[in-house]
Design a protein around this ligand. Structure first.
Ligand code: BEZ
Length: 238
């Protein structure tokens, strides 16, 4: 689903045929490939070696690198940096903004979308509540993601040399693929930091309770949804 929504963001990128573009947090490379079909030269980077290996295998005509968003350097500066559904994993947000700035040409552009303020709030509130009720209040304090407001993020960009042309925060409820246990599967996939030290039985009981807690708001017409909020940014290096 991340991939489908990202196609929309490529329209905002408008890749030019002679451009050099970085796909930051490219995962397994579907969107990198999509961008390259426009004729632009695209490079993919991701912090996960597994993802990059999968991307290299699928798209052998594209260069992919394992690099951290908070501290990366390429030899050639880019015309544009594109990033979909990745920057909420980077807690060192200012370092990521500085790295993006350093790797862009003058007047190079940023086209970004990731989780913004309020992202998966229904799920996070339920996780906190059930963890506290189950005797694990310290785990409820673990903050795993960066979900800024528009003003927070645009201020960060402006104070690091960018002009912001577009900043939106919008609701994008997203259907989860597992129609029976959508929230449980989502938590197992993305909640690893919070649940990692619990024994499996306790973890599964907690996850069951969380799913039950959010059911009234996240199970709609027989389908599970995550309450995603997206921040979308178009900015230019001054
Ligand atoms: C997302 O907003 O795409 C997301 C947020 C937290 C975990 C996984 C995905």
């Amino acid at each position: 689903f991340v991939y489908q929504y990202g196609k929309d963001l490529i329209k905002l990128l408008k890749p030019g045929e002679d451009e050099l573009i970085l796909d930051l947090g490219c995962g397994t490379g579907q969107l990198t490939n999509e961008i390259s079909e426009s004729g632009a030269t695209v490079i993919g980077m991701d912090s996960s070696e597994n993802m990059i290996n999968a991307a290299k295998e699928k798209y052998s005509n594209i260069d992919f690198y394992v690099k951290e968003a908070a501290n990366f350097q390429f030899e050639e500066p880019f015309d544009a940096i594109f990033s979909n559904a990745a920057l909420h994993w980077v807690l060192e947000s200012e370092k990521a903004v500085i790295s993006m700035f350093d790797n862009l040409k003058n007047r190079g552009r940023l086209v970004l979308e990731f989780g913004g303020k309020g992202n998966v709030k229904i799920i996070i509130d339920a996780v906190d509540k059930i963890l506290k009720e189950s005797g694990y209040p310290e785990k409820a304090e673990i903050k795993n993601w960066y979900f800024p407001t528009i003003s927070e993020y645009t201020t960060l960009l402006e104070s690091n040399g960018f002009e912001v042309e577009l900043a939106q925060l919008y609701e994008r409820p997203t259907e989860l693929t597992d129609s029976e246990n959508g929230i449980k599967e989502w938590l197992l996939m993305f909640g690893t930091v919070v649940f990692k030290d619990l024994n499996v039985e306790v973890r599964d009981q907690i996850i069951d309770k969380i799913q039950e807690e959010v059911k009234g708001r996240c199970f709609i017409n027989g389908k599970w949804f995550a309450d995603y909020m997206r921040i979308r940014i178009l900015a230019t290096k001054k």
